[in-house]
Design a protein around this ligand. Structure first.
Ligand code: ZN
Length: 470
């Protein structure tokens, strides 16, 4: 809808002038036309000759319409930044916001959901979705409880600037609290969210209540949030010629498919955590769900056929650079685990034991950390069935993660080790000199060798770093 409004504003500023009225684009052009403009026939627009003329300017590019720019444009590769908006309403001096606990739930949800969203979107092109663990805050002052998309764009640009974010690799996630209305995305009109691009891509999502949960059985945010993140990932420029990849499976096309998942880890060769696709919430437990993403051959169908909405995440191929090191470790008799960083910078692991009749299991991605492609991942087993791994991430932070059988939810971490820094991808070697003692070694950014140590008695975590030479 916003794509259409902005196309009309560019082509015909006499119909939709700037600045945008507070009551939204729908106060200038009926909502029904804004929603369907790029798909409407000449006959339907006959009573709006000026809009018909604008529509005809879309025509001279049939080769683009046939071959959406999406498939030539790169999908999103970067970081989602979640923003807690604290509106100050000048009329009554009040503030309207979303509780910290609810924002934390949204962050937890997004961190889980980004993994399968990225996998589904991989059929539209190579993409990368990281989720920043830091919740940003922004406090716009507004006259009353109404604002519009022009204001949203200004907010996005201010948030980028204030937080020194790279516009080419950031997406701003704005969560609108109940009680505030963006007139271009009014839940009363059935609009729950949208994505667009200011200086960077952004997703706008109406949060419909409080007391949020990751499973979101009350349908208060997860459906629209996953929908907009997926569409943004496939179409970060919000081009009018691109597909909206969720619409064919969603309410926009009188459909309502969702994909349900258990647990956090998505195995790259066997999407074990995918449970099922369903139009209704299953009675059985699930951890979280996402809006379905139409299979690419049906991206233009409205609605898309059931089979193009109800399917598990495609398995992206695991590809590792030729010079990469594969690091093996044995945590108990006859158990093997190996670690490697693939060409996208994902840290991957696979496992073998004699009971696996079908050979090696995996690969599984370990958390959302990104390291330079092929970066060495060193592992040590400090006691039976304990694994600790070490890597220097793409930002040069020295990081560790851990696994033991008691961790029902898979790997724990990543944790930075005491602010230690090295060249991105620098090897971090580790050794265990007695049970449960860890010593790690790395060359720091100043060319000196550093070490740090850990043992269970260190209540405050890792000790170090100590420089080993003068
Ligand atoms: Zn959509």
């Amino acid at each position: 809808m916003l794509k259409n409004a902005k196309y009309i504003r560019n082509a015909a500023p006499h119909i939709i002038p700037s600045p945008e009225p507070l009551d939204g684009f729908k106060s200038l052009v009926p909502l029904d036309i804004l929603r369907r403009f790029n798909g409407m026939s000449d006959a339907e627009l006959a009573t709006w000759p000026e809009l018909l003329a604008v529509k005809q300017t879309l025509r001279p590019r049939p080769e683009l319409a046939m071959q959406p720019r999406l498939f030539g444009d790169p999908p999103f590769k970067g970081t989602l930044h979640i923003v807690k908006l604290i509106f100050f309403t000048e009329a009554d001096g009040g503030t309207i916001t979303i509780d910290d606990s609810d924002i934390a739930t949204v962050l937890e949800y997004t961190t889980l959901a980004a993994v399968p969203i990225s996998a589904y979107c991989s059929q539209y092109g190579s993409n990368r979705l990281e989720v920043s663990p830091n919740i940003l805050q922004f406090g716009p002052a507004v006259p009353n409880a109404l604002y519009n998309d022009d204001r949203v764009r200004a907010m996005v640009n201010s948030i980028l600037e204030q937080n020194h974010l790279d516009a080419d690799s950031s997406c701003i996630i704005l969560l609108n609290p109940p009680g505030m209305t963006n007139t271009d995305a009014d839940p009363a009109d059935g609009v729950l969210g949208y994505h667009d691009k200011a200086n960077s891509p952004y997703c706008f999502v109406n949060v419909l209540g409080a007391g949020l949960t990751v499973a979101d059985r009350r349908d208060l945010y997860a459906d629209s949030l996953s929908h907009e993140i997926a569409e943004m990932t496939c179409d970060p420029d919000a081009s009018i010629f691109n597909h909206e990849v969720c619409d064919g499976c969603a309410g926009n096309c009188k459909n309502s498919w969702h994909n349900f998942f258990a647990g956090p880890s998505l195995s790259l060769t066997n999407p074990l955590s995918y449970l099922q696709s369903s139009k209704t919430f299953p009675a059985a437990p699930f951890t979280y769900f996402i809006a379905s993403i139409a299979a690419r051959p049906h991206a233009d169908d409205c609605p898309a056929p059931d089979g193009a909405c109800a399917y598990g995440p495609p398995i992206p191929p695991v590809t590792v650079p030729g010079q990469a090191q594969v690091w093996p470790v044995t945590r108990s008799s006859e158990h093997l685990d190996v670690f490697v960083t693939d060409i996208s910078g994902n840290i991957l692991t696979a496992a073998w034991e004699p009971d696996f009749a079908d050979g090696w299991h995996g690969w599984w991605r370990i958390g959302n950390l990104v390291a330079p492609q092929g970066a060495p991942v060193h592992c040590v087993s400090r006691s039976t069935d304990h694994l600790d791994i070490f890597v220097t991430d793409s930002s040069g932070n020295i990081q560790t993660a851990a696994w033991e059988p008691d961790f029902a939810d898979g790997w724990h971490g990543w944790w930075p080790i005491n602010g230690g820094r090295a060249a991105p991808g620098a090897p971090v070697t580790a050794v265990t000199r007695s049970a449960d003692h860890l010593d790690v070694f790395v060359v720091g950014t100043d060319g000196h060798v550093y070490t740090a140590a850990w043992e269970p008695d260190f209540a405050d975590g890792w000790h170090g770093w100590w420089r080993m030479s003068t």
